[in-house]
Write a protein that binds this ligand. Structure first.
Ligand code: ZN
Length: 492
């Protein structure tokens, strides 16, 4: 079985071949050793949440996904629907889907495939009418359900609403809508877990300047639809939750890139609640190195080419890294001081995205040679313990009348960090953007303001002192995104 084609390029990641013993398995992949029970799969996938005291599986029986017919007029809608189905299926106990087309249509097939990748035991319940329980609606909507959220985009504005959403005045940009979907799934998560409502009833996050709440639109923003970005040679360090999700989003966006993916870890069932790119076949019965799992998964994204390097950054850097080989670096590993170590390698423009342990997501753009490098942001001495990611405190009812605050694993948080990164990658491909922030930070539980600033270099930063700008310009001055570094210097 191949990948379902959509839009001339192919969207869906997995093909339905699987290691879980269903009747559709190919003979070579099925067999007693490959079997895993649904009970074991769910227990291991939810292991982190359970261990942290979240109290078991999601208390809401069914969560819905609704697609508005008007949304499908826009090319951004189909990738967003597929990503939403994938992200919901990573944690919901049951999923109902209402699509404005036949179940045999290409979008329905792509949704089926995405859900099967996320959870091979989850059967979609197809609905003729929108569901009543917690749900995510994609597209402009004239009505709202009491516990539903709408994700949509108006040009560069990511919209996440509890109210009806009017039709957009600008064409939704794919990366912005993918980001809106991650915010919407976060809202549905709160509904499904019966957490207090957080954030404004109507969130309009202008990703062009990262302001929320309907700030005036900048005159400088482009009005033409954004084309899929062309990224050239990309060094990606880390293929964990944020790293695998950005590859999934770049594939859905149709981005062109030659990615060298460095990661020493293996894909585990425990990772499958938050890595949209990976499926059970990557994690069971054998735990595939994440770099190799990426190579397998991008088979269905023809605009992406991947060279896997299943080793640690330090090992790769000491043996094979050559200064000047890449147009862009993505620093997405979060252990062993790797961010600070990377700063010593004389990198091209480096983008970084991360999550924290308090519902937070952050993005940083680092321009070595001209200011604010990775080590300016993450000094070596500041990273003594492994970073805890993709979690947040939530208040649950531990007994009748008693509330308890526990730390929960948040399955949408890494996708939101990757969505923020995807938006910034889209902007990068448009050329210099004067005054653009190089640091963005927000909390996903109460999005009332987004911190966005332009940061300069630290005067004590060793790599910044060691590598003069002339060296950087000699090695990277003609690469695809050198303009960003020049702009960074002008802004300081
Ligand atoms: Zn620095």
């Amino acid at each position: 079985m191949g990948c379902p084609p959509l839009h001339g390029w192919i969207l869906s990641v997995h093909t339905g071949r699987g290691a879980f013993g269903s009747s559709t398995d190919s003979p070579s992949r099925s067999g007693p050793s490959s079997l895993i029970s649904e009970q074991e799969f769910l227990a291991r996938r939810g292991d982190r949440a359970l261990r942290l005291g979240f109290g078991g599986s999601c208390p809401t029986e069914e969560v819905g996904l609704v697609v508005q017919r008007a949304a499908l007029r826009h090319s951004a809608a189909r990738p967003a629907v597929i990503a939403a189905a994938n992200l919901l299926a990573r944690w919901v106990p049951n999923l109902s889907v209402h699509l404005p087309e036949e179940r045999t249509g290409s979008l329905a097939m792509a949704v089926e495939t995405a859900v099967r990748t996320a959870n091979p035991f989850l059967e979609i319940r197809w609905l003729d009418t929108p569901p009543l329980g917690p749900s995510l609606t994609i597209g402009p909507s004239a009505t709202s359900s009491p516990n539903g959220l709408t994700a949509w985009a108006d040009g560069w504005v990511a919209i996440c609403n509890r109210r009806p959403s009017p039709a957009p005045s600008s064409t939704p940009i794919t990366s912005v809508l993918l980001f809106a979907v991650t915010l919407g799934v976060g809202g549905v998560f709160r509904e499904a877990w019966k957490l207090p409502v957080a954030g404004p009833p109507e969130l309009r996050w202008d990703t062009w300047n990262h302001s929320v709440g309907g700030a005036p639109r900048s005159r400088e923003r482009p009005t033409l639809p954004v084309r899929p970005p062309k990224l050239g040679n990309v060094l990606q360090v880390g293929a964990g939750a944020v790293g695998s999700n950005i590859i999934y989003f770049l594939g859905l966006m149709g981005a062109r890139a030659d990615l060298l993916v460095v990661d020493h870890d293996v894909a585990k069932v425990e990772n499958l609640d938050r890595s949209l790119l990976f499926g059970l076949e990557d994690a069971h019965p054998q735990e595939t190195p994440k770099a190799d799992a990426v190579l397998r998964a991008v088979e269905c994204f023809p605009t992406l080419r991947v060279r896997p390097v299943p080793s640690k950054w330090a090992e790769y850097a000491s043996k094979d890294y050559r200064v000047g080989d890449f147009d862009l670096a993505l620093a997405l590993a979060n252990e062993d001081q790797v961010w600070a170590e990377m700063a010593h390698a004389v990198l091209p423009l480096t983008l970084q995205a991360t999550t924290d342990s308090d519902w937070g997501v952050a993005f940083g753009a680092h321009a070595p040679g001209s200011g604010y490098c990775l080590q300016c942001r993450f000094p070596l001495e500041a990273q003594v313990a492994p970073t805890i990611c993709a979690e947040g405190p939530v208040e649950i009812q531990s007994a009748p009348g008693e509330a308890e605050t526990v730390h929960a694993s948040l399955p949408f948080q890494s996708a939101a960090a990757a969505g923020l990164l995807a938006v910034e990658i889209d902007k990068l491909s448009l050329g210099p953007v004067p005054g653009a922030p190089n640091y963005v930070e927000a909390k996903l539980d109460v999005i009332e303001q987004v911190l966005s600033v332009h940061r300069g270099r630290s005067l004590q930063c060793r790599p910044c002192l060691d590598f003069p700008e002339e060296l950087w310009t000699a090695k990277y001055g003609t690469t695809r995104f050198a303009h960003f570094s020049q702009l960074s210097r002008w802004s300081e």
